[in-house]
Design a protein around this ligand. Structure first.
Ligand SMILES: Nc1ncnc2c1ncn2[C@@H]1O[C@H](COP(=O)(O)OP(=O)(O)OP(=O)(O)O)[C@@H](O)[C@H]1O
Length: 264
């Protein structure tokens, strides 16, 4: 099984030239099971992006380990793909070339036919096949983010890491992209596990199987893990009437409010 297992993880920044270290992540113990969708939520600065980038292999922890399928993560790899808030497409490449180049570089052993098939499938799934020859500057922010999502799926990762990917989008575009993400994750891809940073309580409940509430230092990084016991597929209009939805929403609000009160 390709579970993602985080054990005893610590991370600080600074701590040189007489400046005390800033402890950002403290003693994180978290297992994300293969096939799970887990959201990370917490106030600004509690270390959500830092945790995601350690799982991506872009940063190293000071102590502890992150294992994927029994192997320790020490560097980026094609078994993980990350989507950032700010689109991060290459400006001189078309949407098609952005997706194709990332997919080709991450899996050079894939045949041209399989590569072309993956690129077309994911650009079509996010509704951008017709726009494929445009440059990022010629399309909207929402379209750029859809391209970034298509690119991440085309890489064929086991684990998708999403760092607040819809934060910069308007509500309608965000809703559409949430649906496309769920569709891709649940039906059309090799991607089984999703770890997603969000600031949106409703977004976390709509998408996740479990929500990890993170707190600001000096307390522990993981304050509570909440199960979202709502059947799938979830409909954003009707899901909010379910008692389980209200329960999770109230618990999240209480925890996040308590953390802001402690930080004040
Ligand atoms: N490379 C770095 N060097 C020094 N400090 C850093 C570095 N990266 C992050 N930090 C600090 O670590 C803390 C956590 O940052 P991080 O971006 O992980 O938080 P976050 O929870 O994702 O915040 P936000 O919700 O605002 O994006 C912040 O105080 C930040 O300034």
């Amino acid at each position: 099984m390709s579970d993602l297992v985080i054990k005893n993880l610590h991370k600080s920044f600074g701590g040189r030239r007489g400046v005390p270290p800033q402890h950002v992540l403290r003693d994180i113990e978290l297992t994300v099971k293969q096939g799970e969708f887990v959201s990370l939520i917490g106030h600004s600065g509690c270390g959500k992006s830092t945790l995601l980038s350690i799982v991506a292999g872009l940063q190293r922890a000071d102590a502890g380990s992150v294992m994927l399928g029994g192997a320790e993560i020490t560097a980026p790899g094609p078994d993980r793909a990350m989507v950032f808030q700010n689109y991060s497409l290459l400006p001189r490449l078309s949407l098609l070339a952005n997706v194709r180049e990332a997919a080709r570089a991450s899996r050079p052993d894939r045949s041209k036919a399989l590569l072309d098939e993956a690129v077309e499938r994911y650009l079509t799934a996010v509704g951008l096949w017709e726009q494929r020859n445009k440059l990022p500057s010629q399309v909207s922010g929402g379209m750029q983010q859809r391209t970034a999502v298509a690119r991440a799926f085309a890489v064929g990762p086991k684990v998708l890491l999403l760092d607040e990917p819809f934060g910069a989008l308007d509500a309608l575009t965000r809703a559409r992209l949430q649906e496309q993400l769920l569709e891709l994750w649940s039906t059309e891809s090799t991607t089984e596990t999703v770890l997603m940073v969000t600031h949106g309580i409703d977004e976390a409940i709509l998408l996740a199987d479990r929500i990890v509430v993170m707190g600001n230092p000096p307390g522990p990084s993981v304050v509570e893990v909440i199960d979202v016991d709502l059947p799938r597929p979830r409909d954003r209009v009707t899901v909010i009437d379910q008692p389980a939805y209200r329960g999770v929403q109230e618990r999240l609000l209480a925890l996040l409010h308590a953390d802001s009160a402690a930080a004040a």
